[in-house]
Design a protein around this ligand. Structure first.
Ligand code: ASP
Ligand code: MG
Length: 404
């Protein structure tokens, strides 16, 4: 049985016209002899509205009731899609998570899918039916409704693809794929036709908001091919797959950037064992995520400078924590909220020497100063002044010929 999982996001089912269009997409797959499993999110804005209502009722809204409330949007979307398919003469019906059931573990609001019973759905698929399943929700061992975190219908789709051994999972959304960089920032950005899970994870966590990073990680672990495409346009989207499937890959696949980073420098810190730990321990205790870290070699063997980056929203808290930390001595504390992290990402850099040099040279040619550098196997990131963000992206996009 050739199974495909189709997931529709909120904007794709945002109104009646769009739901009719979704029904057309679904029927085109069943004509291609696929057994289709559909997962849907709630109509755009509905979940947010429900969350708002919960806050208006109580600032201490029961978590179990919250899940019953906010999962209801998916039920509406499911029945509308199923009914439209029936209207078109196809065999279809809706399935709420508890009817399957999709069993979850963990706490309300943030459960995770543990098991999916396949029997009824498989029978239905074999009989030629198209099941329309609620994303985002599940049921726990107490028989109560759960949800799996905001944006969770991506995860629902990936887990269904896993349990049903689907050939692929298609994520229909309002963007038509993953781009070499943000097209709003750089007009020349091009759609990436095929990208590895690893690269996509780096892109996603750095701000290419196409899919939930945890879902990409789940897809990677289970080797599920994901296609991201628009439900509004017919053109092909982006395939997220394993590295092996990518022949002829470019050195660099994409460029991502952040614009809400801040830089903290401690000048003249005592250079002795345990200092870095003493600086970072209270930050981690306060759930402040430290990203890039650099420490200079101390010239005189006594003192060193230490620089790290955090999210801008944590800047105030970080200032306070560092200034009040009696265990560390330093001469000066410098904060800079005007920085941006630019990263080039590509599995191709593993086997190609000179990528780092090319990146630095391209930035130097534009007189862009690099403040901090960090690298991983498939990513090089630099911290620069925020005002140079666009210039840097353009220079790197050209240098690595991403528009070709
Ligand atoms: N409707 C849910 C939300 O808005 C789940 C989803 O969209 O994936 O968070
Ligand atoms: Mg959504």
């Amino acid at each position: 049985m050739k199974i495909v999982v189709l997931k529709f996001g909120g904007t794709s089912v945002g109104n009646i016209k769009r739901i009719k269009n979704v029904a057309e997409i679904i029927s085109s797959y069943s004509k291609k002899n696929y057994k289709v499993i559909v997962v849907t999110s709630a109509m755009a804005g509905v979940t947010n509205d429900l969350v708002k209502k919960s806050k208006e009722i109580s600032d201490n809204f029961s978590h179990a009731e919250y899940d019953v409330l906010v999962s209801s949007g998916e039920q509406v979307a499911c029945s509308l899609i199923a009914a439209r398919l029936i209207h078109k003469g196809l065999k279809s019906r809706s399935w709420l998570s508890w009817q399957i059931p999709i069993i979850t573990l963990g706490s309300y609001k943030n459960s995770r899918i543990n098991k999916i019973n396949k029997d009824n759905i498989l029978k239905y698929l074999k009989s030629g039916g198209i099941p329309i399943i609620t994303g985002f929700q599940g049921i726990n061992f107490e028989g109560r409704i759960t949800t799996i975190g905001r944006g969770g219908s991506d995860a629902s789709a990936i887990m269904l693809a896993k349990f049903f051994k689907a050939e692929k999972c298609v994520i229909y959304t309002d963007v038509d794929g993953v781009y070499t960089t943000d097209p709003n920032k750089l007009k020349k950005a091009k759609k990436i036709r095929i990208i590895s899970y690893e690269e996509m994870l780096e892109m996603a966590s750095l701000g290419a908001k196409v899919m939930q990073p945890v879902s990409i990680q789940d897809a990677r672990l289970n080797r599920i091919n994901i296609e991201v495409k628009s439900s509004f346009k017919k053109n092909p989207g982006t395939l997220i797959t394993k590295k092996k499937n990518i022949i002829n890959s470019k050195i660099i696949t994409g460029i991502s950037f952040t614009q809400n980073d801040a830089k903290v420098t401690l000048v003249g810190v005592k250079d002795k064992p345990g200092v870095a730990a003493m600086i970072f321990k209270p930050l981690s205790k306060n759930s402040i995520n430290v990203d890039m870290v650099v420490q200079n070699i101390s010239a005189n063997g006594k003192e060193t400078d230490l620089t790290f980056t955090i999210k801008s929203e944590d800047l105030k808290k970080t200032k306070k924590i560092i200034s009040e930390n009696k265990k560390i001595n330093f001469r000066k504390l410098i904060f800079d909220g005007n920085v941006s992290k630019i990263s080039i990402i590509g599995v191709g850099m593993v086997t190609t020497p000179g990528v780092t040099f090319r990146m630095f040279q391209a930035l130097a040619n534009k007189k862009i100063n690099i403040q901090v550098i960090s690298t991983s196997e498939i990513k090089i990131s630099v911290l620069i002044n925020k005002k140079n963000t666009s210039k840097a992206i353009t220079a790197l996009h050209n240098e690595f010929k991403l528009d070709h």
